[in-house]
Design a protein around this ligand. Structure first.
Ligand SMILES: [Zn+2]
Length: 344
């Protein structure tokens, strides 16, 4: 008798919990099948009045039944909670859609592409290089004497190279690619090398430890590439880049890897060379250095002495970006502030 009763209660209870979809109903069922005054509890309480044989049979059965009902109740509770959640989630089709956040290229990346495009139309190839470079390619190959101040700890990030085949540095200019490229190629060639260069110096509004630069090389047999070619190409480049006529001016200078060497300026694009605070009223802006590649550099690359001639020039892309966009603090480009980047 007791056995059948227990089985019936379990069957009924399981079914009832399986059908429950409302919290109120669930609470009632919980009371009825698992509460202190449930039928099952009554049976368990009455076990003491049964014969030992009935007790042995009914006891485990009732305990097991209680576990079965608890599991059924738990399932019902989870199901009811999820029903409730779904009914609370109203979908309002009149609410305007949310725009997915779409990024865009960093202004420096965009300008890099622009510069590459301009040089490509002038017949130049774009060449890459490595940022961690040996002391040889960064300094020695470029005819920079071993006691040159540029090698100073203050100016260069030296890399702990113990146990390596060479002494490594973070390249201080993209010129480090020059001899590497020449070792693998024979003139004539025209190349541009975009990339980052690094200087170990304190940062302020006009100094950064990381610069974006462009290096430009044009090499051919002796007499075929002259300073006039450089000037012409530079003028064409800046005219394209700034979208207006720009004059280029050369001033004599000195670099170990070029002879003759010059600094070059462009007519101030902010005031049309009339004079303004940015150009310090001179009408000219300093842009970079250039020169005819030193024969010693060709020799380091393994070229025959005196056979080739060409120009090299480098300029800071970050500086050009500042001019183009009227940005007065160089650090803004690299400090990762999204509010700054979003303006471009
Ligand atoms: Zn000016």
């Amino acid at each position: 008798m007791v056995k059948e009763n227990i089985a019936r209660i379990i069957e009924e209870g399981k079914e009832a919990f399986a059908l429950a979809t409302e919290e109120m109903v669930f609470a009632e069922l919980e009371k009825k099948y698992l509460g202190r005054k449930s039928d099952l509890s009554d049976i368990l309480k009455g076990l003491k009045d049964l014969s030992p044989e009935e007790k042995r049979e009914a006891g485990p059965l009732a305990n097991e039944g209680r576990l079965v009902l608890e599991r059924a109740a738990e399932e019902a509770r989870t199901r009811i909670a999820s029903f409730k959640l779904a009914s609370e989630e109203h979908i309002d089709i009149t609410v305007p859609g949310r725009k997915p956040a779409v990024g865009h290229l960093h202004p420096i990346t965009r300008l890099t592409h622009e510069v590459e495009d301009i040089f490509s139309t002038l017949g130049f190839s774009v060449v890459g290089g490595q940022e961690v470079e040996t002391e040889f390619y960064n300094f020695d190959a470029l005819n920079i004497p071993s006691d040159h101040p540029a090698r100073d700890m203050q100016d260069t990030f030296w890399i702990d190279s113990e146990g390596l085949d060479s002494q490594y540095v973070l390249r201080t200019h993209t010129s480090s690619v020059q001899v590497r490229y020449m070792e693998a190629h024979t003139p004539p060639f025209r190349i541009v090398i975009p990339g980052r260069a690094f200087r170990n110096e304190a940062t302020d509004a006009s100094h950064e430890h990381t610069y974006h630069q462009f290096e430009c090389l044009m090499v051919d047999e002796r007499g075929k590439v002259t300073v006039a070619h450089f000037k012409h190409i530079a003028e064409m480049f800046f005219r394209e880049f700034f979208g207006r006529d720009v004059k280029v001016r050369l001033r004599p200078s000195f670099f170990p890897f070029t002879e003759p060497s010059f600094e070059f300026d462009i007519s101030c694009i902010l005031c049309d060379a009339k004079g303004c605070p940015v150009c310090k009223q001179s009408g000219w802006l300093e842009i970079g250095g250039a020169g005819m590649i030193h024969q010693k550099v060709f020799e380091k690359a393994g070229y025959d002495a005196g056979k080739y001639q060409g120009f090299a020039w480098g300029f800071g892309l970050t500086r050009l970006a500042m001019m183009k966009y009227g940005v007065t603090d160089i650090r803004l480009f690299m400090d990762g502030d999204i509010r700054f980047i979003r303006q471009f």
